[in-house]
Ligand binder design. Structure first.
Ligand code: NAG
Ligand code: NAG
Ligand code: NAG
Ligand code: NAG
Ligand code: NAG
Length: 384
């Protein structure tokens, strides 16, 4: 058998049927338009042109500052007195990466060392020198509220970097928005300009403690729902402590190159109290001072999706969404072959049938089901 070069260098192509039917044409274009709108929405609105990743958290630093002047707030006139502390005494511990604790209620007692004891160095669990809070104590501070804590200002600094991308940025260069706990309503926005106006030397976002409490839906004077709270006495969150979780979500600005913004999404955790005990050992006389602190615990969590423009990402999303256009063709074809009154005619036009008969292949190309009048109609239709 001779080698057929023409079949090797032949080119194969599909045969198409052009259906000139206004009904099908309109349906097809409507589907195409809807899918096109969807593709554009996906690519532009959902930023499918970016190569994205979850940011790698940098440092989060929260510092507290006392206001210039404080009045005596009304809750100080109740049965629990107030004490007025500096910012360093309120924030505990002073270095807080990823969280911050601000005292709202405190008490302090000093437990003198029994003579001849060293509470750090004991010989057995029953050694009388093992430290236990006892009745032998000196009250340094009776249980008191920290006066005016709501008016203290806090500065939040944070940063992120990318792993696959070269992004590395601190929040002082980005625009940040504080949202209410519903995650949609804006409480306030911090931009380059607003930061420069507030304090040109500040590196982060400045809020009052009240700002974050309001945004997160917390009220220190509301009765605490914590299981450990004394509900009969109407113990408030100021007394039991409170936990506020703040997600910092980083995003690219749509259609702007290398512009990243973030949002603070605070939410109070219902019924979660918070208490820290600070233990101070006096190494001279061996006495131990316990400061019992209840307060506001802010927990920060950095998250989001940051990215850079990437042609391959754009191409991948385009190809994936353009496959959707096939769906439009499929739907129209089902309508054409199954639901139109002329479905038999369309079926004849679309499919050629072959039959193997007596050692020969017959190709059936005639449209036997096509009456003469309909052929004419079809010819007329072609004209519009
Ligand atoms: C806190 O600030 C508000 C608004 O500036 C002021 O009305 C209020 O008296 C202040 N509270 C205290 C305890 O100073
Ligand atoms: C401290 O001493 C007083 C009595 O002096 C007592 O009522 C109180 O329970 C003691 N505190 C602790 C934590 O033991
Ligand atoms: C803020 O200012 C810095 C330079 O001071 C600039 O790099 C950055 O793009 C600015 N950000 C916005 C959102 O304007
Ligand atoms: C430790 O105890 C000694 C003796 O009682 C006292 O003089 C000193 O002031 C105490 N130090 C602190 C930091 O309380
Ligand atoms: C972080 O954000 C991504 C998308 O932005 C989300 O899928 C993921 O659940 C978030 N993770 C946390 C811990 O919030």
């Amino acid at each position: 058998m001779a080698f057929d070069w023409r079949s090797i260098f032949g080119y194969q192509t599909f045969k198409m049927v052009r259906v000139k039917d206004l009904r099908l044409g309109v349906i097809f274009r409507i589907f195409q338009l809807l899918i096109l709108v969807y593709i554009l929405f996906e690519i532009i609105y959902n930023q499918r042109y970016l190569k994205t990743e979850t940011p790698v958290p940098g440092a989060i630093r929260v510092t507290l500052q006392a206001p210039d002047n404080l009045d005596i707030p009304s809750y100080c006139n109740g049965p629990t007195p107030c004490t007025f502390w500096g910012a360093n005494e309120i924030q505990y511990p002073s270095d807080s990466a990823g969280y911050a604790f601000f005292t709202t209620r405190a008490s302090a007692r000093n437990y003198p060392n029994p003579p001849g004891c060293n509470s750090l160095r004991t010989t057995s669990p029953s050694d009388p020198c093992v430290f236990k809070p006892s009745n032998n104590n000196v009250t340094i501070l009776p249980t008191s509220y920290i006066g005016g804590i709501e008016n203290y200002t806090m500065m939040i600094e944070h940063s992120i970097r990318g792993e696959a991308t070269s992004i590395a940025i601190r929040n002082g260069l980005m625009t940040g928005t504080l949202y209410y706990s519903d995650g949609k309503t804006v409480y306030t926005t911090k931009t380059n300009a607003s930061r420069a106006k507030e304090n040109p030397r500040a590196d982060g976002d400045i809020f009052t403690v009240q700002d974050l409490l309001t945004a997160s839906g917390a009220n220190l004077d509301a009765p605490s729902t914590a299981p450990g709270a004394n509900k009969a006495a109407g113990e408030t969150y100021r007394s039991s402590g409170i936990v506020i979780a703040i997600v910092i979500n980083y995003q690219n600005v749509r259609l702007k190159k290398d512009d990243i913004v973030y949002s603070y999404l605070p939410r109070v955790i219902d019924g979660n109290e918070y208490k820290v005990t600070e233990n101070i050992l006096n190494s001279t006389d061996g006495s131990i001072t316990l400061i019992d602190r209840h307060g506001i615990r802010f927990v920060f969590q950095q998250n989001g999706s940051i990215g850079v423009f990437d042609f391959v990402s754009l191409l991948t999303s385009l190809v994936a969404s353009i496959a959707l256009l096939k769906v439009a063709e499929l739907i129209v074809e089902i309508i054409m072959l199954r639901f139109l009154p002329e479905k038999d005619v369309y079926e004849d036009v679309k499919f050629d049938e072959t039959r193997y008969h007596g050692g020969e292949v017959e190709v059936k190309t005639e449209n036997k089901k096509l009456p003469k009048t309909e052929t004419k109609e079809r010819d007329e239709e072609r004209d519009f």
